[in-house]
Design a protein around this ligand. Structure first.
Ligand code: BGP
Length: 480
């Protein structure tokens, strides 16, 4: 490792998503998004999706941390940490409040102009996700979300509008956040992610899901094509939730079950994004399950023409697959159970903490795809204690440090090209999974609790100063 130095243009920064921090859910002409109809859950308690916004419910994304009005103050703090980039999303509903309008909302476009200018003032490169779990709610009510082919056109229009508008301000883009996350959604996860689909009782979930994925994939490829036409210098990536599945034992049956889980939950999406064609294992799956999809010759051409430039990933944890039920296991499909891994600890939210899994993941993705990889999410959701104006979050530093060490090993020893590293929730924000504020990831504390009370005051945590040194030394100084 001594002979290796992280490239000088490595993108150190932080990551967030519009709906989890902006708030101002009705300001500037913004429409209601699917995140706006999700109540707060709790640790171990799912969020509720209500039919529209109902009185008497608490919707944490409505105000979030009010980044919409405080972004200047927050970006100043990011600049103080030395951020070279900042990943956020463009709230689709600020640009097309309902999603199906013919003209964009100028006030929404101006907000992101101002936001990107503020970042660029400090030489912070914006890294933009087009869709991060926040599609217009109207598209759900009117069209059933990604069940409907017409969404491809609506999304492409949104993508074209913002890529054209910001073509001289934004170079790095991603299409859909964690596009592979939706396969876990049947409300068990506690909310909807990409698809805007609520499954009906008795319907063939797999058939609906596969169709929605197809439309989203075509929309993603179209956005890549459009972006490359607008500015050939754009770097446009996909974004995958990277949760590697280890076989629980070395029994061949567990190994095969883990392999199947990897194909269905991860590679399916990556293969489409990178190779632009359907993998044969998914064709086999559809044949076996009698699923016939609406796929046109044009779709297949678009997929082929809209391959991504890089692979964005989130990495928080690994998972373990067993072919048979075990103590603590959960069935995900016939002969496939997720199980506890006795070798790794868990966070307070039950997420398996596994730094080596990051190195393992980077190698897997590199071996398969040969594309640059951008770690656009990684982090430790934890309870913090604010005492006398200070937060001593050594547990967060410990988590991030161990992951950076493994990332460096992947770069130095395994030759994996990693473009950048943006820890999730660099400022405390609303948890996507639980809707809590007190599941905190930030280097910057925000005074707000799970019920929505607090002054929204920002306070630097110990990790703030630690990360500043990491960036300053280009990843050499990770502290003792
Ligand atoms: C990812 C999402 C993020 C973020 C993160 C942490 O799945 O892309 O939006 O929220 O997970 O999850 P949570 O907020 O549930 O702790």
């Amino acid at each position: 490792m001594d002979n290796y130095k992280i490239p000088h243009d490595f993108l150190w920064g932080g990551a967030v998503a519009a709906h989890q921090l902006e708030g101002a859910y009705r300001k500037g002409g913004k429409g209601i998004s699917i995140a706006d109809v999700m109540t707060a859950g709790a640790n171990g308690k799912d969020r509720e999706i209500t039919e529209g916004i109902l009185p008497g419910h608490y919707y944490p994304n409505h105000e979030a941390i009010d980044f919409y009005t405080r972004y200047r103050e927050d970006i100043k703090l990011f600049a103080e940490m030395g951020f070279r980039c900042f990943r956020t999303s463009i709230a689709w509903t600020r640009i097309f409040p309902n999603g199906d309008e013919s003209e964009p909302n100028e006030e929404g476009l101006q907000f992101y102009d101002a936001l990107f200018d503020e970042l660029l003032k400090y030489n912070i490169e914006p890294v933009i996700t087009l869709s991060h779990f926040e599609m217009p709610y109207h598209l759900v009510e009117q069209y059933g979300g990604w069940r409907d082919r017409r969404l491809v056109g609506f999304f492409a229009k949104f993508a074209e509008t913002v890529m054209e508008r910001y073509k001289d301000k934004v170079k790095y883009w991603m299409t859909f956040n964690e596009i592979n996350n939706q396969s876990s959604v049947q409300n068990a996860w506690g909310g909807w992610t990409n698809s805007g689909i609520l499954y009906q009782k008795g319907e063939d979930v797999q058939a609906v899901l596969q169709q929605a994925v197809h439309y989203e994939m075509v929309a993603s490829a179209l956005a890549v094509k459009i972006g490359h036409r607008i500015n050939p210098k754009f770097q446009i990536g996909c974004m995958l939730a990277m949760v590697p599945f280890y076989p629980r034992t070395c029994s061949p049956a567990d190994e095969v079950a883990a392999q199947t889980a990897m194909e269905h939950r991860l590679y399916y999406y990556g293969d489409l994004h990178v190779f632009g064609e359907y993998p044969s294992y998914m064709e086999a799956f559809r044949r076996e399950h009698g699923i016939a999809l609406d796929i046109t010759a044009d779709d297949l051409e678009t997929l082929k023409e809209g391959c991504v430039d890089y692979i964005g990933i989130s990495y928080y944890m690994s998972s373990t697959i067993s072919s048979t039920p075990t103590e603590d296991s959960t069935k995900v499909a016939e002969g496939i159970y997720t199980a506890r891994n006795p070798y790794v600890p868990k966070s307070d939210w039950g997420w398996q903490v596994d730094p080596q899994g990051l190195r393992y993941s980077l190698r897997l993705l590199h071996q398969r795809y040969r594309k640059p990889i951008f770690i656009v999410e990684n982090g430790f959701g934890a309870y913090d204690k604010l005492e006398h104006g200070e937060i001593h979050d050594s547990y967060r530093v410990d988590y991030l440090k161990k992951h950076i060490v493994e990332m460096k090993k992947a770069m130095a020893l395994d030759g994996v090209p990693v473009m950048g590293y943006t820890p999730w929730g660099c400022i405390d924000l609303v948890s996507a999974g639980s809707g809590e504020m007190e599941k905190r990831y930030g280097f910057i504390h925000v005074d707000k609790d799970n019920q929505g009370a607090g002054t929204l005051t920002r306070t630097k945590k110990d990790s703030f100063w630690w990360y500043q040194k990491v960036i300053e030394s280009n990843g050499e100084n990770l502290g003792t």
